[in-house]
Ligand binder design. Sequence first.
Ligand code: ADP
Ligand code: MG
Length: 691
Amino acid sequence: MDASQLTPILADNILSVQQVGKARAQKLNKLGIKTIGDLVTYYPRDYEDRNREKRVEALEDGDECAVTLLVCSDITLNRPRRTLRIYKVTACDDSGSVTLTWFNQDYIKDKIHKGSKYVFFGKVKKRGIFIEMVNPIFEEADAIRKKTTGIQPIYPLTEGITQTYMRMIQSNALSMVIGKLSDILPEELRGQFALAEINYALEKIHFPQTAEEAERARRRLVFEELLMLQLGLLHLKNSQVQVCGIQYKKRAEIRKFVENLPFQLTNAQWRVYQEIENDMIGKKQMNRLIQGDVGSGKTIVAVMAILLAALNGYQSVFMVPTEILAEQHYQSVVPMLQDYGVRVVLLTGSVTKKEKEHIKEGIKNHGFDLIIGTHALLEEDVSFANLGLVVTDEQHRFGVKQRAVLSAKSNPDILVMTATPIPRTLALILYGDLDISIIDELPPNRKPIETYSVTETMRDRINRFIRKKVEEGRQAYIICPLVEESEVIEAEAATSLADKLRERDLKGLTIGLIHGKMKWKEKEKVMRDFSEGKLDVLVSTTVVEVGVNVPNASVMVVENAERFGLAQLHQLRGRVGRGEYQSYCILFCQSSNEIARKRMEIMTTYSDGFKLSEKDMELRGPGDIFGIRQHGLPEFKIVNLYEDIEILKEAQAAASDIMKHQKLEGREDYKRLQSQLLSMFRKKLQEIALN
Ligand code: ADP
Ligand code: MG
């Protein structure tokens, strides 16, 4: 919250808060706290609920709670070192006893008396039947309770700033501002979404009396943060409309192309193509994300867009994350497009220098209409004769930055494709600047992949199973354990696994190997042999993860599956089940860890990528999966995307309603919200204006 223009006092230096001097102010600066506004929006990360009371028998290790106890021993003093004095006493209720320990707190001996009752509050350590509280705070049980009651905020701290000090200055600062803040959220909105008023929220987020009060305050502040983000994104998107793109003409050949395909497009594919075409024939530059689960047939939709561009005389770039994938797209796209005179070239990091010069020359002179390549393409300065369309496959492998680099070269349309299943609500945030199309339908007649999580004891059975499938004419992938620290070790492990299979477990089958340390040409040869059916089994590190298409392969075995993320496992599983054959995914799980077990269970239960990613988020939180920071979003002060997904949905609804009815411009009671928004996004808007 940066409502400083609205309530000037928030912009004042923290030195004007009581008890904040120069030295402390410097330390607070380290926490990013410079103004009173910074201080009061430095929210607690948690609370200590001193209202929580338990009896001894109910205490668990790690509890923080109050216990009423009768002191039943004399205080003992131990001095193991000259500077260390340990006071101990035993206290009990009718359900058990607790040892209370204080370090160097000499006043204890005068305050605690055998035979008296006190309420103790502190952290519980429990080892077997031994229960201990270290340095608990306490007061007499029949006195009016002050210290062992209420809810205390817990702040993230830095050296030289204690919890007690932080609480004190928060309280001082709040007393300067509470009652003076004008709310940027209008009453109408607060009524609609049951949001607390700002003065209440800010006071109660720091010093609530009950957990409910803290929750109500938090909800309001989270909502505000998410609303600002959503409004900002929508606002940015609207400002980008100004960027003029190419206005393509519709072409009849597209229909012919579709009719000549060996299959019928799904309704979803056709719908998404229409959305793309509408963008392309329109005035504004296209910025569109296609989301579709693995195997939903995104490639063909992109090819149609590329064809439209080529027929209009524009070049396209098709960027993919790996060379294997580039090669594969090249192989499949060339025959589809050659009838239409589209000249395709493959540009990857591993073509020779001379070839590369030649290709670049061709791109510059419009000797090629479609350039398929890896991101190596981006690292070099390729100049295009007439670039009209940039397609990025499997976006999660590319940073947003790279996307920007390429698009900055001219003003081509942008199409981003991803199989990373992101719930729509989150996608709106992560790709807030893109329009989103979803291919939510798989081609017909796909048989669901049977997924099994197995342990080592099943090894022989699985090997027999692979043999049986190979005898039936199918092929299998075996994915080696992920070794994140070292590609070298990973390659060695892959090699020795392949040797073991050749010599023993799968003796007699033809087995190929791909790992990250091999030269591109070698990898390409193995991959081609596999896709032409010359190999029965492909042993591989995760290089096959993204996008490859070998419809005859029907078995996917993943070693040490617990080392992979769910999204990755889903991608790997998506390599099979691409043809007419019943397919199988076998996950060897070598860990008995609880989370690992849960993840395997999720994999065997769900086949829908979106469902999976939701479950993954529940396990890990979204930050881990999608690298939210990397997407350059403002850091949240209070929002936790994982917990706050429901509030996010409401904020999104509120934001689109506000934009739809142009309330920011038209309504007096939304003026404060608008000026807040403009000040937050001013820099970003200026950047856009400069481009
Ligand atoms: P992904 O969305 O994972 O990139 P692909 O574009 O690689 O999927 O398509 C997967 C496979 O499905 C390919 O072999 C492709 O030719 C095929 N395919 C695409 N669309 C259809 C369809 N409508 N009907 C049948 N098969 C299709
Ligand atoms: Mg694909």
